[in-house]
Design a protein around this ligand. Structure first.
Ligand code: 5GP
Length: 191
């Protein structure tokens, strides 16, 4: 990792808007020809409507995931809401060797693990304006049952309690503002 390429850990509770922020961030970064890519994780979770295999995640079976753990494929992996999620070690190494920054959109345990392995990684936590707003957004997504939503809210509490361990915090008060803040951090840390 050089000043020019960074491993970027991007964490925040489910429903906070990480996906929308990153989508817009990459629109800007691609337009400006910045050397930064998204790390596509593997997961055993079923695809949500509109999610594409290989773009949003590599959707694999539990058995395949457990084999990959044994083969030491992952830089980090975690269980979140009864599903496995993991980051490919080879992909991350390839990016950093090519002086390309890479963004890992991962949950708290994985984030802490990566921070430990890469003390120079850039860690960013996305905060909701309030806990109530987070609940409202999660319920509005309409893609999960009540039990799953309650589990996600419970996990969110723990994640928020650990947000102080991240170098930067961005409050998602409005999409464009949050994207702009993220882009400014990226420029400051990589240029
Ligand atoms: P979702 O099911 O909403 O797509 O993701 C659930 C959580 O898993 C989110 O907090 C997301 O950031 C996290 N996540 C996605 N990929 C990975 C990964 O490779 N490793 C870890 N530790 N968490 C991940």
């Amino acid at each position: 990792m050089t000043k020019k390429s960074k491993l970027i850990i991007f964490t925040g509770p489910s429903g906070v808007g990480k996906g929308s922020i990153l989508e817009k961030f990459f629109n800007i970064a691609n337009k400006n020809q910045d050397k930064v890519v998204y790390s596509v994780s593997s997961t055993t979770r079923k695809p949500r409507e509109g999610e594409i295999d290989g773009k949003h995640y590599f959707f694999i079976s539990k058995e395949e995931f457990e084999n990959k753990i044994k083969e030491n494929t992952f830089l980090e992996w975690a269980i979140y809401n009864d599903n496995y999620y993991g980051t490919s070690k080879d992909f991350i190494n390839k990016c950093l060797n090519e002086d390309t920054s890479v963004i890992l959109e991962i949950e708290l345990q994985g984030a802490l693990n990566v921070m430990h392995q890469y003390p120079d990684a850039l860690s960013i936590f996305i905060m909701p304006p309030s806990f109530e707003e987070l609940e409202h957004r999660l319920r509005g997504r309409n893609s999960e049952d009540n039990e799953t939503i309650l589990k996600r809210l419970n996990t969110a509490k723990t994640e928020l309690e650990n947000s102080g361990k991240f170098k930067y915090k961005i409050v998602n008060n409005g999409l464009d503002e949050a994207v702009n803040e993220l882009y400014q951090i990226f420029i400051k840390e990589t240029k």
